[in-house]
Design a protein around this ligand. Structure first.
Ligand SMILES: *Cc1c(COP(=O)(O)O)cnc(C)c1O
Length: 798
């Protein structure tokens, strides 16, 4: 889901819409547009750069779901709606020509659209409504000369509705009404059903689960869910059409709803608007109601809007021919100032503001850890805005808990959720730079592939450690170039080596001769780091059993590389994940020196030292330094001793856990309880929660993690600046089970918890490292796509 990219080449959901009515030019009656062949329709759509993905018909009209929105064909009317950067107007000439072959001439044309989310990304003429109207007028021939255009809504804020109408004088058409709703900033929880997650069953299930089916109970529905996300639906009911399109990704989320027909009396307009608003809970919504007959304006004041939307502006336009359009713009009230405000910046305004937020806002967030040289506040602010990061006062667990409580209440959540604090990641990045200034961190993506985390680290200036094509692509799409990636998997699949070659990733690691042969065959120009074994026996997860050449193998590996023509550029090691022993790092650096010397003696250009990962989960101490014990001092001292020439050797590291662990909290609802009272023993309690060992808590098995948890305080009990505690509550040793039917699925044993009920929540802090990445959907319980909500804490807890 978090397929955010930076800078954001985001998808344009806002549609262009064309409605053409035709009259017979033949005395004996004309043909029927529905007799156009599939090839002819394909040719028309090809002009607009889209294609048909699904179709449905009733006795009155044919409906087509397109790769970009929808097409509807009646006997004498066509409605074409296309989103993205499609060229809808290019389809008009061919359509008119095909109609003419059936003895039909266009007698009425209505073209309309909302503002684009990303106007700069549109091809000409869609960058300027005057130019669109002019292009359309010339395509329409004589009818074009009766055209007139209007732009409704506030020019100052860009919340506008554009409409072009042309009608041949004296022509008659049945009345048409159309209700068009456009929404941005969809509530993330409401957007979730529109992702093709692993528990995706059918489009019909999505239509039901999202509430769309209930909106149009009488209609025949043709629905489609795109890969990896996105939803389109056409519905047919007599001669009335409706269509819904959803772009669910946070940062550029968009949904549209349309209901059009000769008479909408069977549908309560106000009720429909209210239900649609409820279904998507958007930050911003526009409503346009057009009629082709006179005198049917629509009053929004009688609509009861369930969400916090407030009426912002209305406009009414009477068309030069007949009929009119009423337009309303609604939005949620402005959130408090701060980063919050970045998020709510209206994307319909062309995203100007969201692309260039105030650097001040970010600088103040980073205090007392100011930005370092070369870091771009604008780039960082863009990431925060694109991921909808909400500002919270500080990074304390109680501030995080308060946010979780707000989310749970506002969206009526039941499923588990993550809150990721990007402010925490920022502070950790800069604390690292201060603690080990010579060591450039390359974040180990496997630890947590969260899109916001990766994009933020890319904006901060980090490099990345990737181990597969998918990880490389995630990093590239977050805006870091291939020169900022080390392919640090010492045994790559052949296809990963080929992917590295084709994606331009030219630094990798090896520890066997067999790997060198793969490099020789598929990526001979790559630089390679020789990974040596250097274990911290006390580390939480050992790696030395599998990776790292022993010292006695080094000479033969270097010789093999020389024979195969592979450029050995340095040395890498990994002391084991969750390492606390400073000596492990200093001894490994000393070892690396001897390998460097062997390589140099053989004529290799040894200039990169990669000190790997293993660093503990980061936490910032009150003085702004980072709690890594004596590890930074050991690293700095060993580097100064063994690699004193800073110009000659570049030092990188591959921390995963360090950045990810503390940044994420997981919240799970309690779904079952049981009291255990056996005579002669103290009472205990059992709980069941919505995530477990097969989900994010797989870290208990694979990462040897010991979890901690606390109850989520109720709304009125979130304490100021103290971490959520359980003082004053009677604590009972409790067992907490996951939701699957496996007895092994037990998360906490004999853990002191107060008395909790179904519907209460448990929060698990420090769940960012090796958690969600290892989750699966065993038992059909979808925890592998647990949603992430971003916050940006303004400073470390005081
Ligand atoms: C997993 C891994 C890392 C990250 O390790 P952490 O202990 O999370 O810092 C770094 N490098 C390599 C090669 C790894 O396999």
């Amino acid at each position: 889901m978090a397929s955010e990219t930076f800078p954001a080449p985001a998808f344009e959901g806002s549609e262009k819409r064309m409605e053409l009515d035709f009259c017979s030019t033949l005395a004996g009656g004309a043909g029927d547009l529905r007799s156009l062949s599939r090839q002819q329709l394909d040719a028309v759509l090809d002009k607009a750069s889209c294609c048909i993905v699904s179709s449905r018909s009733n006795t009155v009209f044919d409906s087509y779901v397109l790769s970009e929105s929808s097409l509807f064909v009646y006997a004498d009317k066509v409605v074409l709606k296309t989103c993205g950067t499609t060229r809808l107007l290019d389809a008009v000439p061919l359509l008119l020509e095909l109609a003419s072959g059936l003895g039909l001439a266009c007698s009425r044309c209505k073209y309309s659209r909302a503002s684009f989310l990303f106007p700069d990304a549109q091809p000409a003429p869609y960058t300027d409504f005057n130019a669109e109207a002019a292009a359309l007028q010339s395509a329409l021939g004589p009818l074009g000369s009766y055209g007139s255009m209007a732009v409704l809504g506030e020019a100052a804020t860009g919340l506008q509705w554009h409409i072009f109408m042309a009608e041949l004088p004296g022509s008659t058409h049945p009345p048409t009404y159309s209700l068009e709703i456009c929404m941005t900033e969809l509530c993330p929880a409401k957007a979730l059903p529109f992702f093709r997650t692993e528990d995706f069953l059918t489009a019909a299930a999505v239509t039901t689960r999202s509430g769309i089916a209930a909106l149009l109970p009488q209609a025949e529905v043709d629905d489609f869910v795109f890969e990896p996300c996105g939803y389109s639906m056409n519905a047919l009911q007599g001669s009335t059409l409706s269509t819904i399109h959803v772009t669910p990704e946070q940062g550029h989320s968009y949904a549209s709803f349309e209901l059009s027909g000769p008479c909408l009396q069977a549908f309560s307009i106000s009720g429909t608007v209210a239900k649609v608003a409820e279904m998507f809970n958007p930050g911003h919504m526009t409503v346009a109601l057009s009629t082709s007959v006179d005198g049917h304006g629509w009053d929004l004041s009688c609509t009861h809007l369930p969400t916090a939307l407030q009426h912002r502006a209305s406009a009414h336009h009477r068309h030069a021919s007949s009929g009119d359009t009423t337009f309303h713009s609604l939005r949620k009230p402005a959130p408090p100032p701060g980063l919050h405000a970045l998020r709510s910046v209206d994307h319909e305004m062309g995203g100007e503001l969201s692309r260039c937020p105030s650097p001040m806002a970010v600088t103040s967030l980073l205090s007392p850890c100011p930005l370092l040289d070369g870091q771009s506040t604008t780039a960082i602010a863009q990431v925060l805005a694109a991921h909808g990061a909400v500002s919270i006062p500080d990074g304390s667990q109680s501030a995080i808990d308060a946010h979780i409580r707000r989310l749970v209440t506002a969206h009526d959540l039941e499923d588990p959720l993550y809150v990721v604090d990007l402010g925490c990641v920022m502070r950790l990045y800069n604390a690292w730079q201060l603690a080990m200034p010579r060591v450039h961190p390359f974040y180990a993506v496997k630890c947590n592939t969260d899109g916001g985390m990766i994009a933020l680290l890319a904006a901060m200036g980090a490099g990345f450690d990737c181990a597969s094509e998918a990880e490389v692509k995630a990093v590239l799409s977050a805006g870091a170039g291939p020169d900022r990636i080390v392919y640090a998997n010492a045994c790559k699949r052949p296809k990963d080596v080929r992917a590295a070659a084709s994606l331009g990733v030219n630094l990798t690691t090896f520890d066997t001769e067999s790997e060198l042969h793969k490099l020789r065959r598929w990526h001979p120009s790559t630089a390679a780091l020789l990974r040596v074994r250097a274990d911290d026996p006390a580390a939480r997860c050992q790696l030395g059993n599998k990776y790292g050449a022993e010292m006695e193998q080094v000479p033969s590996l270097l010789q093999a590389a020389q024979q195969l023509g592979i450029n050995v550029a340095g040395v890498s090691f990994h002391v084991g994940s969750g390492a606390t022993n400073p000596a492990a790092f200093s001894e490994a650096i000393e070892l690396a020196r001897t390998v460097f010397d062997q390589g140099l003696a053989m004529g290799f250009d040894m200039h990169i030292l990669d000190i790997g990962g293993g660093f503990c989960g980061g936490s910032i101490l009150p003085d702004g330094s980072v709690a890594l014990g004596d590890v930074p001092v050991a690293v700095n001292t060993a580097l100064a001793k063994h690699f004193p020439d800073e110009g000659a050797v570049r030092v990188i590291a591959e921390p995963g856990r360090y950045f990810a662990e503390a940044a994420a909290s997981l919240a799970c609802m309690i779904i079952g309880t049981r009291d255990i009272r056996s005579t002669g023993k103290a009472p205990t309690r059992d709980y069941w929660i919505t995530d477990g060992l097969y989900g994010s808590m797989n870290c208990i098995l694979y990462d040897h993690a010991t979890l901690s948890a606390h109850p989520l305080p109720p709304n009125n009990n979130i304490k100021g600046h103290h971490d959520a505690g359980t003082e004053g509550m009677l604590l009972v040793p409790s067992t907490v089970f996951g939701p699957t039917c496996d007895g092994l699925d037990t998360v906490l044993h004999d853990y002191p918890l107060p008395s909790l009920e179904n519907g209460d929540w448990l929060v698990f802090p420090n769940m960012g490292a090796y958690t969600l990445v290892g989750a699966c959907n065993f038992n059909g319980i979808d925890v592998a796509h647990t949603p992430v909500f971003y916050v940006c804490s303004a400073g470390r807890p005081s």
